[in-house]
Design a protein around this ligand. Sequence first.
Ligand SMILES: [Fe+2]
Length: 221
Amino acid sequence: MKTDRPLSRRRNILKASAALLAAGLLPTTGSVFSQMLMNRTQDQILGPFYPIMSKPNLTGDLTRVPGGSGRAKGQLLIVKGRVIDPTGKPVEGADVEIWQANSVGRYAHPDDTNPAPLDPNFEGFGAVTTGPDGYYQFKTIKPPPYPITPTITRPAHIHFDVRGRHDELITQMYFEGDPYHKTDPFLQSAPNPEALIVKLSPPVHEDPEFMVAEFDIVFRG
Ligand SMILES: [Fe+2]
């Protein structure tokens, strides 16, 4: 698992790309490179609750905490998908991190002022690394919408930070049917918000207690 701070690494990648563009070393409009960028999963903000105070759960199962008293509260959810490059090739060795609120919309982060209670069996921060097929999977719970001001509520979402050898993608995955999509400035800042929204499916081969969300990631690898 890489330990680079996400933003500093991302800034370096962006700086390197900008420098190459300025030097005329990268092709621009209408090029293969711009086509690749067009296919890339859309960026979203990192948000204020990136879990700087803790280490990610590396088991892939966020519904249990080592030494905890049971399972996390909430609708159990499998989040899975493939990490691929813009040509469709699986990206092996990508580090996929997720972080999210608990079943009542509270982050296990010292800056979250939401009065909703913490869940002692849910820390909401995990990381896995893709294998040769590019697949990742987490067991977690479906978070609800949560208030960010007395008058603004964010739709339910899970944050992603995906790091490869050449690229880093920070985004958020949303859930179909959420009443707060249209009023969310962050989701609506995406050129194609629908592409960040997933539909939950019932389990097929998975544990019957879980619903399933599939979210593929496209980045440069
Ligand atoms: Fe969030």
